[in-house]
Design a protein around this ligand. Structure first.
Ligand SMILES: Nc1nc2c(ncn2[C@@H]2O[C@H](COP(=O)(O)OP(=O)(O)OP(=O)(O)O)[C@@H](O)[C@H]2O)c(=O)[nH]1
Ligand SMILES: [Mg+2]
Length: 291
């Protein structure tokens, strides 16, 4: 086992904290714009909706109606995503929609949902409604803006912190959408949640080692998704620890150096890429009881 690998639940864990300057700036800009916003779309990753909930957003946008969009649903267990949707729909002043590349949301569905949430008093003739899209980094905000507008207006990318400033576009007559930079919060109290986010690709790789995330991922998968490990890597019942899972992946996928040693970094990347791209199957890391 490499020296820097440690289970995140143990005391030797490398704590994840990632709150770079541009996010603090984004938070200030968000606070400034909120009085002009009629509705907030908060994206939550379908695989970890609880961990992807930003507590800062609750503070800043407390008085604004909200649509939660469960994003990347094509990567999550559909039955569990349904449960999340039902649970969130039970909250006051809130609706939940589901989005994925395989079944993209339509602007009309969002506008209809927004109309139900926006109070009748604020509906004036020729009023321009402003919808703000928010969420943690890499959750799919800019992709959603492009899908809803049916144009490629916002830059997207498979790494966190692609969007660095707000962008406003016209969605339909009298409806405007504002994309924002992905935002984290200053202290990640729940480190298990932080590691789940790291698994999904929310945290910049300068803030946490791939090996540490993979160690956590191997433990998570062992405890709840053995069949996925077995289908993808042929991992048997005899394998019971994260270290054995990673060793086994290294052997079956050839992540071994010429001198016969395991390339831990390469092994970590294989496991994380397989999880993030859905090659390990549709996996939900959280169930609604955790919201
Ligand atoms: N599988 C899958 N991938 C998606 C989906 N939506 C977005 N992605 C991918 O997720 C990555 C991040 O998407 P973005 O739209 O750039 O995410 P963002 O929230 O704007 O990210 P930041 O601007 O960095 O905060 C891209 O590689 C997208 O192609 C989805 O529904 N399913
Ligand atoms: Mg973006």
């Amino acid at each position: 086992m490499p020296a820097n690998i440690a289970s995140p639940i143990e005391e030797t864990t490398m704590a994840i904290n990632w709150y770079p300057g541009h996010m603090n700036k984004a938070r200030k800009e968000l606070s400034k714009i909120i009085p002009t916003i009629d509705l907030v779309i908060e994206l939550l990753d379908s695989r970890a909706p609880n961990a992807s909930k930003n507590p800062l957003l609750d503070e800043i946008t407390a008085s604004v109606p909200r649509i939660n969009v469960l994003s990347k649903a094509d990567l999550a267990d559909p039955a569990i995503t349904n449960l999340w949707q039902t649970t969130i729909n039970e909250s006051k002043n809130r609706r939940c929609l589901v989005s994925s590349t395989t079944s993209p949301l339509r602007a009309q569905a969002v506008i209809e949902c927004a109309r139900k949430l926006i109070s009748k008093e604020s509906r004036r003739p020729n009023y321009n409604y402003q919808i703000l899209i928010t969420g943690i980094p890499n959750v799919g905000k800019s992709t959603l803006l492009n899908v809803l507008s049916e144009r490629k207006l916002a830059k997207t990318g498979n790494e966190p912190a692609v969007t660095q400033r707000q962008q406003r576009i016209k969605l339909a007559e009298n409806w405007y959408l504002i994309d924002t930079p992905g935002m984290m919060w200053p202290k990640l109290e729940d480190q298990n949640g932080a590691y789940r986010l790291a698994m999904t690709g929310t945290i910049r790789n300068t803030a946490v080692e791939a090996e540490d995330i993979a160690w956590f991922a191997a433990e998570e998968l062992l405890s709840g998704f053995r069949a996925n490990l077995s289908n993808r890597y042929g991992i048997t019942e005899q394998i019971t620890t994260a270290e054995q899972v990673l060793e086994s992946i290294a052997v079956t996928r050839g992540a071994i150096s010429k001198r016969g040693q395991i390339d831990w970094h390469k092994t970590a990347e294989i496991l994380l890429n397989d999880f993030r791209s859905g090659k390990l199957g549709r996996i939900s890391l959280e169930r609604p009881s955790t919201l």
